[in-house]
Design a protein around this ligand. Structure first.
Ligand code: CP
Ligand code: NVA
Length: 307
């Protein structure tokens, strides 16, 4: 394991192994304290976009385990503008132990990994959000024991979060359904990868327009913002198209009684997710956010080869 750019770069067994390690590290965090596995290691945190969860959870993951993190703001290093990505990757490789990058263009995190001799982690790109997917799988697993045989439904924009969720769900044997408006489908390449992963595990992928049909029998209902970072100029257009895809009490009542409601956050309350659902009995949005910490400790431990 060298970099962590996409869940689909790994085998289902490798992903499950990282999740098992996350379960163990989470238990240790609460019961015995964190082992100093990252002592002497520093993770560079490169951000081209804002963040709460990704920045703080990676920083804390490093500190809890005896290491350190270094935040590099969008204006600071000017990825591909002030300096070529290939140069940044090679310079940082001599200073720090690993780098996490949140970028606009997915090709940029791939380029960083290409030139870097230290592990590179995708902390969100326009294509995918694999660290989020690891926390999502951990959260679903905590509620239902395992993903195999579950129905995971995503309602909303076919975005980066949807892509990584689909890939991890079907890799681990859960059926995945997405309901999104026309014009907001997941990228074809993501659908093709999803089809291969599903064929290997025996899971089913269903693409729908109707959110009501999509949530029927769902164990997990997932939504995300209608306008992702970098798409701000499309906000008005999207706000007009997406309201039928709002996750509200009516929609949740059409799923299984024990369904969980998930959101990667930040949520735009009373747009894609109503207050009553976000704060209601089905919601797992805060444990889900907290699981970023534990999932990422496991990813880092595998990349640093210390556990
Ligand atoms: N879910 C997530 O990645 O949140 P941030 O954008 O706050 O990091
Ligand atoms: N789809 C969202 C996720 C934010 C964590 C975005 O890319 O802005």
């Amino acid at each position: 394991m060298k970099h962590f750019l996409d869940v689909s770069d790994y085998s289902p067994a490798e992903i499950q192994d990282i999740l098992n390690l996350a379960v163990r590290l989470k238990k240790e965090h609460f019961e015995r304290g964190n082992p100093p596995l990252f002592k002497g290691k520093v993770l560079a945190l490169i951000f081209q976009k804002p963040s709460l969860r990704t920045r703080v959870s990676f920083d804390m993951a490093m500190r809890h385990m005896g290491g350190d993190a270094l935040y590099l703001s969008p204006s600071e290093i000017g990825l591909g503008k002030r300096e070529a990505i290939s140069d940044i990757a090679r310079v940082l490789s001599g200073y720090v132990s690993g780098m996490m990058a949140r970028v606009f263009d997915h090709a940029h995190v791939v380029e960083l990994a290409k030139w870097s001799s230290i592990p590179v982690i995708n902390g969100l790109s326009d294509y995918s959000h694999p660290c989020q997917a690891m926390a999502d799988a951990l959260t679903i697993q905590e509620k239902f024991g395992e993903l195999k045989g579950l129905n995971v439904t995503y309602v909303g924009d076919g975005n980066n979060v949807a892509v990584s969720l689909m890939h991890i769900a079907v890799m681990l044997g859960a059926n995945f359904t997405i309901a999104n408006p026309e014009g907001y489908d997941m990228p074809v390449v993501a659908q093709e990868i999803g089809a291969k992963l599903a064929a290997a595990s025996g899971a089913k992928i269903t693409y729908l327009r109707d959110p009501h049909a999509a949530v029927k029998d769902a164990h997990a209902i997932y939504t995300d913002t209608w306008t992702s970072m970098g798409q701000e100029e499309e906000t008005a257009k999207r706000e007009a198209v997406f309201p039928p895809y709002q996750v509200n009490e009516k929609l949740v009542s059409e799923a299984r009684k024990d369904a969980i409601v998930m959101h990667c956050l930040p949520a735009h309350r009373n747009h894609e997710l109503t207050d009553d659902v976000a704060d209601g009995e089905h919601s797992v949005i805060f444990p889900q956010a907290h699981n970023r910490l534990h999932a990422q400790k496991a990813i880092l431990a595998r990349l640093f080869e210390v556990a």
